[in-house]
Design a binder for this molecule. Structure first.
Ligand SMILES: Cc1cc2nc3c(=O)[nH]c(=O)nc-3n(C[C@H](O)[C@H](O)[C@H](O)COP(=O)(O)OP(=O)(O)OC[C@H]3O[C@@H](n4cnc5c(N)ncnc54)[C@H](O)[C@@H]3O)c2cc1C
Length: 338
């Protein structure tokens, strides 16, 4: 186990931002992680646990230690009449894990295909797409406390999952390294095809019967056509969360635009798609030479070449201010800023 100094993170974040970490190390076992947590570089500095770097934006050199999670392995722990219990190590690539489940006919994660990043980051923001969130298939996770090295199991309730939220972004922020996640997957699939364009995509396939592999194929097709591939255009997916707003605010928008979309949350609140607001405000496709707003999906900010993280952050601040002024709605960033 080696601790490197002044290490470039340019290839370790999907925004492709050039950033230098003062210290850097990768761990491939719990023992290596435990040893690292004892080091003076960890004890005396700010720490960042890094997975695939697909949900963060570096805005300045990282003055602490980056710990890259490379724990690997997937195992079937148990099964009962209805479920398979599958444990994945936190450094496993999420999409590869989904493919593994499809291959074994473990149902439940098919709508979450093609989300970048690692398994261990999934519970951080309760990743979700096409009507499914990780909480829907979550059994428990194991984590190591950064300060005292103790190991703890978190169950569903203890994770306090919400929309792009968990206890690890709130009360327990920066306290734990998630080392593995156990999933409760279905033996008999409960297909969820009612969200987005999944049904239209399945129709095109002209199938007699639909299975989880077909749903995943439809999701992959839709995602590939809408979202920029970070390998060719740096980005971190949705930069902002979809805001939940009081119904009166939404009604004020409807007066200006009768087509304004919203999803009911409660009797008094609705969720408004942030991408729609940003598009209506005229930001879609707007470029600032090195960076800009994606021309197919206004929720995604992109690195067009050699953007600096601070420039992308400034663009996001300008969008937030404009949406506040035009719609009286405060957008919140989904991407973690460092
Ligand atoms: C093109 C694209 C599409 C996307 N689509 C979606 C989508 O549909 N739905 C969605 O929810 N997200 C989406 N995302 C965001 C992102 O893929 C997810 O949030 C993913 O879970 C991040 O994983 P990661 O390993 O890259 O995390 P990183 O970016 O490496 O880390 C994110 C945060 O989690 C922390 N962290 C990571 N691993 C651990 C760990 N093991 N223990 C403790 N803390 C940890 C980090 O410190 C950091 O604060 C998308 C991103 C891109 C680029």
């Amino acid at each position: 186990m080696e601790i490197l100094t002044d290490h470039s993170l340019a290839n370790m974040n999907t925004f492709g931002i050039d950033c230098i970490a003062k210290y850097f190390s990768a761990f491939r076992s719990i023992e290596e992680l435990a040893e690292l947590l004892q080091s003076k570089q960890v004890k005396q500095n700010q720490r960042l646990i890094l997975g695939g770097g697909s949900n963060l934006l570096f805005t300045k050199p990282f003055q602490g230690i980056v710990l890259k999670n490379e724990l690997s392995g997937v195992e079937l722990l148990d099964h009962d009449q209805d479920h398979y219990y599958v444990k994945a190590q936190a450094g496993e690539n999420w999409h590869q894990f989904v493919l593994h489940c499809l291959n074994k006919n473990y149902a439940g994660v098919e709508n979450l295909a093609l989300i970048p990043g690692c398994v261990g980051a999934g519970p951080m923001q309760n990743i979700g797409a096409y009507g499914v969130e990780i909480k829907d298939v979550f059994e428990s996770l194991e984590a190591i406390h950064i300060e005292d090295g103790s190991i703890r199991n978190f169950n569903l309730t203890e994770c306090a999952f919400g929309y792009r939220e968990s206890i690890f972004k709130q009360k327990e922020k920066n306290q734990w390294v998630i080392t593995s996640v156990t999933f409760r997957l279905d033996k008999r699939p409960k297909l969820k095809t009612g969200y987005g364009a999944i049904e239209q995509e399945l129709d095109k396939m002209n199938l007699d019967q639909i299975n989880i592999q077909d749903v995943a194929k439809a999701v992959i097709q839709i995602r590939s056509s809408k979202l920029p591939d970070p390998k060719t255009l740096g980005n971190a997916g949705s930069f902002f969360k979809n805001p939940v707003v009081p119904i009166e605010i939404y009604q004020a928008i409807v007066k200006q635009n009768a087509q304004a979309p919203a999803y009911p949350i409660s009797e008094s609140e609705v969720k408004v798609p942030a991408g729609w607001l940003i598009e209506q405000a005229g930001w879609k496709g707007k470029n600032r030479i090195s960076h800009g707003v994606h021309d197919k999906q206004a929720l995604v900010l992109v690195n067009l070449g050699h953007a600096r993280g601070q420039e992308v952050l400034d663009l996001s601040s300008d969008i937030i201010a404009d949406i506040q002024k035009k719609f009286n709605i405060t957008l919140e960033r989904e991407v973690n800023i460092y």
